[in-house]
Design a protein around this ligand. Structure first.
Ligand SMILES: Cc1cc2nc3c(=O)[nH]c(=O)nc-3n(C[C@H](O)[C@H](O)[C@H](O)COP(=O)(O)OP(=O)(O)OC[C@H]3O[C@@H](n4cnc5c(N)ncnc54)[C@H](O)[C@@H]3O)c2cc1C
Length: 321
């Protein structure tokens, strides 16, 4: 009857999105009078018992080194062994890259109903209904999961992280781990930058910045704010910026606390990837730019004048030389 939460890690560190998933799963467990348990795959450097303060009571840890690197097929097969052993009837993932690969696979394997991209706790009366975003965040759907086992993947930044007291019991789980069918021969990682999908603040640039040589001012602002950088699709298409920074319908969908769009028109395909941001600030010299309709704050002005002033103000506020 328990709620089982997949606790996602990268390079031995628990991802922020997983803390949200734990708090979300713990609340569902509380609502249904059961306990929240977690599953962690691979070696972890972070303090697992300390995750108890987010509400998880027990963590099943499979530390087999084969699981140090993400493999959707392998991970699914391992999680599918943990679910029946724990008697879990509700399984929670974050709707991040890993969760998007795992939740549908597990759903098919367990014949469990899945709601991907949940944005709120399930309803407590009658059916097991979950609210999710549809049409790129333009509407909500309330979906009923009628199966005995249910899977929910939670949209990042949809549920607050809160802490209490308590320590999680960490127990090794003896899972059968097969040799992966796919062998990863090398991993090239971008270093020294805040990963876009995890960033609290994102500074993003569009064609209005005129060329790659002007990105220095955007990076200065990002650096001062402790933000990640992103861009519109045409910017990545003409190689002003790398493709992993492209956000939108065909790029990464992000939900930071603050999204600053500089010289981006606000086409619907761009908005589809950023409209879940908590606060949107738009800087554009055209007062008719569509992005202003989606903005919480807007500055009508030339980016080349506004951005350096903004950076200077942020640095002053933070006491950065
Ligand atoms: C199937 C499909 C999928 C797509 N997927 C995506 C996607 O995932 N992500 C995405 O971003 N786009 C996507 N697009 C493209 C999208 O439709 C737009 O063409 C694109 O977002 C526009 O990029 P932009 O705003 O950078 O450029 P533009 O539309 O050229 O806008 C530039 C903006 O900069 C402003 N500006 C110019 N100079 C300055 C200045 N000095 N200071 C301040 N502002 C200035 C202008 O007023 C203008 O609003 C997709 C399109 C299609 C058809």
């Amino acid at each position: 009857m328990s709620v089982l939460i997949f606790i996602d890690q990268a390079d031995g560190h628990i991802k922020k999105a997983s803390l949200e998933a734990i708090c979300y799963g713990a609340k569902i467990a509380e609502q249904s009078g059961t306990v929240a348990e977690g599953i962690v795959l691979g070696a972890v450097n972070d303090d697992l018992p300390a995750l108890g303060k987010y509400g998880v009571k027990k963590i099943h840890h499979i530390s087999n080194e084969i699981l140090n690197h993400f493999d959707a097929q392998l991970f699914t097969r391992v999680i599918a062994q943990v679910v029946p052993a724990t008697g879990a009837t509700t399984i929670i993932f974050s709707n991040n890259v890993d969760g998007k690969a795992l939740a549908p696979r597990l759903s098919a394997r367990l014949k469990a109903g899945l709601v991907s991209g949940a944005v709120a706790l399930p309803g407590t009366s009658g059916d097991f209904t979950v609210k999710k975003n549809v049409f790129s965040g333009k509407a909500f759907a309330i979906v009923n999961i009628p199966t005995a086992t249910r899977i929910i993947s939670l949209n990042p930044n949809s549920y607050p992280v809160s802490t209490g007291s308590g320590t999680a019991e960490v127990v090794p789980f003896n899972a059968q781990v097969e040799v992966p069918r796919v062998k990863v021969t090398s991993v090239n990682k971008v270093t020294g930058e805040i990963p876009l999908s995890e960033a609290e603040i994102v500074v993003s640039g569009g064609r209005g910045l005129k060329g790659p040589e002007n990105w220095g001012m955007l990076e200065d602002l990002a650096h001062a704010l402790g933000a990640a950088t992103a861009c519109s699709r045409p910017v990545a298409d003409v190689h002003w910026r790398p493709h992993h920074e492209h956000v939108g319908q065909t790029g990464l969908a992000i939900a930071p606390n603050l999204y600053i769009a500089i010289g981006i028109s606000g086409a619907i395909q761009h908005l589809a990837g950023v409209n879940r941001s908590k606060v949107i600030v738009v800087i554009n010299k055209d007062p008719e730019a569509p992005f202003f309709k989606a903005a919480d704050y807007g500055i009508v002005g030339d980016a080349f004048e506004v951005v350096p002033k903004l950076t200077e103000a942020v640095k002053k506020l933070k006491g950065i030389a």
